[in-house]
Design a protein around this ligand. Structure first.
Ligand code: FMN
Length: 243
């Protein structure tokens, strides 16, 4: 299984996204997958111009010259694409959206109807029907903060980008680093579940619901979360404003 993962956090290697993504990819490698990780903030991806040159003038090819020339073929060749993004304003980051807007050259302008009678653009020849895994983390504590972003990824999956084979959604993301010191007995099972998710993807073709739940396991009570976050931010603000 060829997996290409895109991490769209501006924090790149130091991101909380990586706290879940890296064990997940390690698990997939352990199970025999060929894995590649790309940090989107290291890449130049210009916004789509909406000119449709890639449909009309130079079919399949964008008129802009940037790193999409290297990234789109990677996406087209992958069996599974991992979209890894922190939650920004209840959605994916702008950098991830830039990547997704620029996949338009990979589909035909023509419209066909799906089995369910819905309009869609067919994939160009040579396009593999990649599966998709979403990895995300957010600052807040509730899992439903991811609902709107997941609805977006689901509709993209329905339109021929492949099925969603797993969603590793991690609330309390900013607390993870501290939790590694304060409550390793609670956070280590989260990382172990992320690794197991990688193995499951390769062995079973999808991540189990049970493993997704273990990745999302709540670490703190609501009161602990709110009080802890507020005390932390107060300390940080005081430090920064008195520096
Ligand atoms: C611009 C911006 C928007 C954010 N929007 C949300 C949000 O809508 N909901 C939420 O729970 N956290 C939100 N956060 C918090 C991040 O998701 C959180 O800090 C996360 O751990 C960052 O992950 P990273 O280290 O992988 O970049 C936002 C952070 C930033 C900087």
């Amino acid at each position: 299984m060829k997996i290409v993962a895109f991490n769209s956090s501006p924090r790149r290697k130091k991101s909380n996204t990586n706290r879940i993504l890296l064990p997940f990819l390690d698990g997939a490698k352990e199970a025999g997958a060929d894995v590649e990780l790309v940090y989107l903030y290291d890449k130049t991806i210009k916004p789509c111009l909406g000119c449709y040159a890639c449909w009309l003038k130079t079919p399949g090819e964008c008129c802009q010259k940037d790193d999409m020339a290297e990234l789109l073929p990677k996406m087209m060749r992958a069996d599974v694409i991992v979209y890894a993004t922190p939650l920004y304003v209840f959605g994916m980051t702008a950098q991830m959206k830039l990547l997704l807007d620029r996949i338009i050259p990979s589909v035909e302008p023509y419209i066909e109807l799906t089995d369910k009678g819905h309009c869609t653009h067919p994939a160009r020849e040579g396009k593999t029907k990649s599966g998709m895994v979403v990895v995300s983390n957010c600052g807040f504590q509730e899992l439903d903060n991811f609902d709107e972003m997941m609805a977006h990824f689901s509709v993209i999956a329905r339109h021929g980008r492949g099925r969603i084979r797993g969603a590793l959604l991690r609330p309390e993301g900013e607390f993870l680093e501290m939790a590694e010191k304060l409550m390793p007995e609670k956070v280590e099972p989260v990382y172990a579940a992320a690794r197991e998710a990688g193995r499951e993807l390769v062995r079973n073709g999808r991540v189990s619901e049970e493993t997704e739940k273990a990745v999302a396991a709540q670490l703190l009570s609501k009161e602990q979360f709110v009080q802890g976050a507020n005390a932390y931010f107060k300390e940080m603000v005081d430090k920064a404003t008195h520096a």
